[in-house]
Ligand binder design. Structure first.
Ligand code: ACO
Length: 312
């Protein structure tokens, strides 16, 4: 049995905050943000929208894309570090709202690598024959834990949600290989403090990301039985354009074979890779039967990569 994505979706809140908007509230500049991070604007959820609202709309879009109804979902996995509240889980909140009455539901926490962790958990349940369909959501409302007086972090993040339905696909398609990992000793470089704000040692995270993204991507390509020349498209976590570029160079890929959507969304953590994937499918960069590589890293520290033959 092979498991893969049979439907994908996303939800990005409407409100846009540009670099020029940030210049008005902190000591920063559009120039600095663009050149150091590649970010031009980000979307921020309204006060009336919490994480579960973003998750719900992305889940609906993925179900529609897969052509399934809520009662066919066997499990809901929501990856987030910004749940509405510690419990009930966001997964349970959207289970009720979707009417997914046959689904088990829980949240997972692996920061920006969360969507990778969710997809791999889902793959195992589907391949074992336990569930026909698992709904995986990557969602963050990072704006609620952003310290808007800290220019080191406030310029980097955005809100959003992505979702995927993992189900059975034809042999040779779907998730071919994965690499998940963690290094808890790096937890001190990126965490939420007592005041509920994001604290980050940018340089340490940057070094880790550059090393780990390249290694993990190459590992899954090899595990899947391919070489980097076979890769049709790379979707790196959208945290910093310079980190994305280093991953692209490590795989010797041309510019048009790498997802670069960070300029419009900033870093949306668990939503980042799935959002970039939806956009790349919509604009024709990912085509049916393409060999694609998804790779992310995040707080924990965590990382994850997947080699996938796209399509059912
Ligand atoms: N505007 C203007 N100046 C700034 C800003 C800003 N927004 N932020 C920092 N600076 C200043 C610093 O104060 C510093 O000034 P100083 O030299 O006078 O002290 C200067 O710019 C350079 O700072 P650096 O930290 O050296 O800048 P760097 O080039 O490393 O870029 C950045 C910083 C963008 C944060 C980078 O380190 C990075 O992207 N790191 C990875 C972060 C990341 O990916 N985090 C997400 C992880 S995923 C997750 O789980 C959420």
């Amino acid at each position: 049995m092979a498991a893969g994505l049979v439907g994908i979706g996303r939800y990005i809140p409407e409100k846009i905050v540009t670099n020029a908007d940030l210049e008005k509230i902190m000591d920063t500049s559009d120039e600095w943000i663009r050149t150091r991070t590649g970010i031009e604007e980000r979307h921020i959820a309204g006060d009336d929208q919490d994480t579960s609202d973003l998750a719900f709309f992305a889940a609906e879009a993925a179900m529609k894309d897969a052509g399934i109804t809520a009662d066919q979902i066997g499990m809901i996995l929501v990856n987030t570090v910004t749940p509405d509240k510690p419990f009930p889980s966001v997964a349970c909140m959207i289970q009720e709202r979707l009417g997914a009455k046959n689904a088990a539901a829980m949240d997972q926490s692996a920061a920006c690598a969360g969507y990778m962790y969710g997809l791999i958990t889902a793959k195992h349940f589907v391949e074992a024959g336990t569930y026909d369909y698992v709904l995986v959501v990557g969602v963050e409302k990072l704006s609620k834990i952003t310290d808007w007086s800290d220019r080191n972090t406030a310029v980097l993040f955005g809100d959003g949600a992505c979702a995927g339905i993992v189900g059975n696909v034809s042999e040779g398609r779907g998730i071919l290989a994965f690499d998940l990992g963690a290094d808890g000793s790096g937890g001190k470089y990126l965490y939420q403090d007592e005041a509920d704000h994001i604290i980050m040692n940018g340089r340490e995270v940057f070094k880790f990301a550059v090393r780990q993204m390249g290694e993990s991507a190459l590992k899954v390509i090899e595990k899947a039985g391919y070489t980097k020349e076979d890769v049709d498209f790379l979707i790196p976590h959208q945290a910093n354009i310079r980190i994305i570029e280093s991953a692209r160079k490590r795989l010797d890929l041309p510019e048009d074979k790498v997802a670069k959507v960070i300029s419009k969304y900033g870093n949306t953590s668990a939503a980042s890779i799935g959002n970039a994937m939806v956009e790349s499918v919509e604009n024709g960069k990912i085509k049916d039967d393409d060999l694609i590589v998804l790779v992310g890293f995040g707080g924990g520290l965590t990382w994850g990569a997947i080699a996938m033959r796209y399509g059912k």
